[in-house]
Structures are given as structure tokens and as C-alpha cells.
Design a protein around this ligand. Structure first.
Ligand SMILES: [Zn+2]
Length: 172
């Protein structure tokens, strides 16, 4: 946990990674919608933390620390586990995507059609859905998946790094 916090601080101070492509056409009013507020208010503290991390664009995807970490996807062995891969493509999250598609009513290609501001930080654009109500619904779906990705990644990569070889010989 401390390790993650340190990394987050380092990331946010050194260079914001928020990918703004598509943001100029984002529907920011979605965040004022009652449905959005109700959904957010019902999140657990852990989910809320994951949501904040996701929306700040600070997800610790394996490709973020390519110098110290293998960028391979820990779920499907894809060679480049970017935030977009995890959110839009990774088969590990396919069941969840399908569930959200059914819940909200959009097609399987929706995820890969969204710009980086959606796939990396959960801002939906006016192109994401035709009506405000539907944009709120797809926004919630997009962010639900974002939370799932952050939490799944944390479970997978949150383990302590392998000890150095020199530490391997401890007398009993
Ligand atoms: Zn994957």
C-alpha cells in the first residue's frame, strides 16, 4: 500500500499522465446527473479510491513502468498491457464488458471506438451516446470497468517484488 502511494505521488508530481485526446468533446455535465451521483455515493471506500485513480489517469498499468516492470499483460499475456488494452481489449475483462453492455444497451465495439479520454480516465464524449441519459449510463459503465481494472491490477501486481538474490541465504 505504501509502495503504491509513493508511486502515485511520484507520478502526479513528475508528470501528469492524463490523456486528453477526445476531452474537447467530453460531456462534463454527466458528473452533475443524479444517476451518476447516486452511483458514486454507493461505492465502497476501496472502489472510490480506485475510481479516483482511474479518473486521474494514474492507473499503474504494466506499461507505465516499463524500465522496472515487464509490460506484458498479467491477465492474458498480451505484450503491451496499456490502460487501453486492459479497458478495451483484454479478454480477462470480457465477461464484465458483456455484462455492462447488456445492462446499458450498447454494442461490443463501443469500447474500442472510445477515445483515450474515455478508455484512460472515464470521460465520455457526446459521440459515446445520443442522449444525456444514455451518456450518463455509459459513463457509469465505463467507470465501473475502470474500477474493476484498477482493483484487478492491484491484486495482481500488488505483491511485493521478488527478493534480491543476496537475501536468499539466511542462517536459521
Ligand atoms: Zn490482457
Amino acid at each position: 500500500m505504501i509502495r503504491v502511494c509513493c508511486l502515485m505521488r511520484q507520478v502526479s508530481v513528475s508528470r501528469p499522465r492524463f490523456d486528453t485526446r477526445g476531452l474537447e468533446s467530453a460531456d462534463v455535465e454527466v458528473l452533475s446527473a443524479t444517476e451518476w451521483k447516486k452511483w458514486k455515493a454507493a461505492l465502497s471506500p476501496q472502489e472510490l479510491g480506485a475510481l479516483r485513480l482511474w479518473r486521474s489517469g494514474a492507473i499503474l498499468s504494466p506499461t507505465r513502468f516499463v524500465k522496472v516492470r515487464d509490460p506484458t499483460c498479467p491477465f492474458c499475456a498480451s505484450e503491451w498491457a496499456s490502460a487501453r488494452h486492459l479497458w478495451a481489449e483484454c479478454p480477462h475483462f470480457e465477461d464484465r464488458r458483456q455484462q455492462l453492455q447488456t445492462e446499458v444497451g450498447f454494442d461490443a465495439g463501443w469500447w474500442s471506438r472510445q477515445p483515450p479520454c474515455t478508455s484512460k480516465s472515464g470521460w465520455v464524449t457526446f459521440d459515446a451516446a445520443r442522449t444525456r441519459g444514455h451518456r450518463v449510463a455509459v459513463s457509469i459503465a465505463a467507470n465501473k470497468l475502470g474500477i474493476d481494472v484498477v482493483l484487478a491490477l492491484d491484486c495482481k501486481l500488488g505483491e511485493p517484488p521478488a527478493p534480491e538474490a543476496s537475501e536468499g541465504r539466511h542462517a536459521a
